[in-house]
Design a protein around this ligand. Sequence first.
Ligand code: SAH
Length: 346
Amino acid sequence: METKKKDIRALTKEQLRDFFVSQGDKAFRGNQVYEWLWQKSAHSFDAMTNISKETRQMLEDHFVINHIRVDQMQRSSDGTIKNAVRLHDGLVVESVLIPTQTRTTACVSSQVGCSLDCRFCATARLKRMRNLNPDEIYDQVVAIDNESRLYFDRPLSNIVFMGMGEPLMNYNNVLKAIEKITSPEGLGMSPKRIVVSTSGVPKMIKKMADEEVKFSLAVSLHSAIDEVRTSIMPFNATFPLKDLREALEYWYQKTKNRITYEYVVWKGINDTQEAVDALVKFCRFAPSKVNLIEYNPIDDGEFQQASEAAVEMYKKTLERNGITVTVRRSRGKDIDAACGQLANKQ
Ligand code: SAH
């Protein structure tokens, strides 16, 4: 029976160096292989041309390189690209390339399915199968960087963790992936160009603050009234707004980074003056930005985008209170690549 080989990309550089020493080779061979695995994204040991044939065979005997495979690529009429990404065990996640005049943003997944239960989100209907490994997150970014170069003639410029899953429920692997993405030994991207979006897990927000991470934080708030928020995001019962706010205050004190809130205004749910007043009050403790995102229907008819007038009321009230507001139009709707639509039609 074949013994199960280990995924070589689960090893740190130090572990890889130690492995070569244990094989009677030089530690620096570990550096060379590490460079092939990450910076050069080699898919096979055979691609490692400055490594001897014997060494490549030895690696082959011990390890596998588990790479993602982009199974299907769909292009929207607005240029957005959605990748269906197959993982080594056959499971599928999605990632999205969002082009604008000046930027290419990758929207990546952090879990297969999601453990949260936001009632307006298509991904929430899938069971959370497992967390993604750091290399599976990294590979999604590399795939989109390649597509950006191919179709838009420029490298990827920004990354948002707004695909499938709750990044803070897969904290360690997300951080390891970001470490690789930002390291000169990986993609060398600036952490300032990375946004981690969370539904709000207070303990993990505090942990991030303690670890002085350099990327930005976005919080999917959608309501600053507990009763309403719990009705649309049931896990709010476990992590109520008081705890979320306390964690965010802590985050701000430590990082001095502005907080971005994502917010959809729905008809009959949060399209009232009372709702926007609660939002203003909630945001007040730190410089804040609110992204009013358009609702992308997920075929159940339960939620409906609020009227233009309600969105305008939000915009005016927030601005009057010194809070930056942007109104976001959805991208990639025609291919179900917009926020909350991932996994809508598989
Ligand atoms: N779990 C993380 C990241 C994934 S969701 C989080 O909650 O932040 C990315 C964003 O899309 C979140 O702000 C989420 O609230 C929003 N979203 C989910 N479903 C949506 C829908 N149907 N229409 C518009 N936005 C949606």
